[in-house]
Design a protein around this ligand. Structure first.
Ligand SMILES: NC(=O)c1ccc[n+]([C@@H]2O[C@H](COP(=O)([O-])OP(=O)(O)OC[C@H]3O[C@@H](n4cnc5c(N)ncnc54)[C@H](O)[C@@H]3O)[C@@H](O)[C@H]2O)c1
Length: 240
């Protein structure tokens, strides 16, 4: 039985974050969920820890990492995905808000966790949550999509520089995921739901478990020779 790793998951109270936490806990790892709100409640059923954290606040991240102790696996899952608008309409301040969480926050978490891994001289793993939207546009979603294209670049940047320290960095890039929030916003059978599904060759949205399984794989020794990639979990949507 391999030793339990400490896995820190940002946005851990959200739909995908909870599923990622459950998948690592099921594999015997120690899970720490971090979120603006609700992390403690989300961590309880996993036998894990929940902490309040804003990933855009550098001082708060340092304090949280001091409290959590050594992290073996960082999952940068926190993201802002509800702010959208077409190019001619989106307020510039909204674009900055998206980039601040999805890009700057992911950068800060990666930098501060990786510094500690390097100082300890221990290998480590980072898995980022990207989106196939970073590679395939949908009208009205370009601000979010730009942030995820940047997450893919950040993944490659971190991977090439951290490889010499034994730290692997990859991303998982889902298409639309049937989280409770999304299911409420566009229930199966609604025109919005059906329009999304019509773009997916295998005929369904991703389940949160599909995404969690890919994250767990990329964090596992089975992926020991994989770094710098962004793995689509999209039922073939990028093929269309
Ligand atoms: N749901 C989808 O269809 C989908 C598709 C592709 C990629 N993704 C990505 O997956 C990740 C998780 O998405 P989700 O669907 O579970 O969304 P969600 O909104 O349910 O979860 C996101 C979580 O991030 C947290 N968060 C936001 N800003 C934060 C901050 N500054 N500090 C700490 N936590 C913060 C939120 O509180 C929330 O709990 C996101 O990065 C998203 O972009 C989602």
């Amino acid at each position: 039985m391999p030793a339990a790793r400490t896995v820190l998951i940002t946005g851990g109270a959200g739909g995908i974050g909870r599923a990622i936490g459950a998948a690592f806990a099921q594999g015997g790892d120690s899970v720490v969920l971090a979120d603006l709100d609700g992390a403690e409640e989300a961590a309880k059923p996993l036998g894990g820890r929940g902490i309040r954290l804003d990933i855009t606040d550098e001082t708060a991240i340092s304090a949280a990492l001091d409290e959590v102790g050594p992290v073996d696996v960082l999952v940068n899952n926190a993201g802002l995905l509800s702010v959208h608008g077409r190019l001619l309409d989106l307020p510039g301040a909204d674009l900055l808000r998206i980039l601040s969480t999805n890009v700057h926050g992911t950068f800060l978490m990666t930098q501060l966790v990786a510094r500690r891994m390097v100082e300890r001289g221990e290998p480590g793993v980072v898995v980022n949550l990207s989106s196939i939207g970073g590679r395939q546009p949908t009208p009205g979603m370009g601000g979010y999509e730009s942030s995820k294209a940047a997450v893919d670049a950040l993944t490659r940047w971190a991977a090439i520089e951290l490889a010499e320290h034994g730290i692997r960095v990859n991303a998982v890039a889902p298409g639309p995921v049937a989280t409770p929030m999304l299911a409420a916003a566009m229930p199966p059978g609604s025109p919005a739901h059906d329009a999304w599904v019509a773009r997916i060759p295998d005929g369904r949205m991703a389940a949160v478990e599909d995404v969690a399984a890919a994250v767990v794989f990329l964090a596992s020794p089975a992926a020991a020779h994989i770094t710098g990639t962004s793995l689509p979990v999209d039922g073939g949507q990028l093929l269309t």
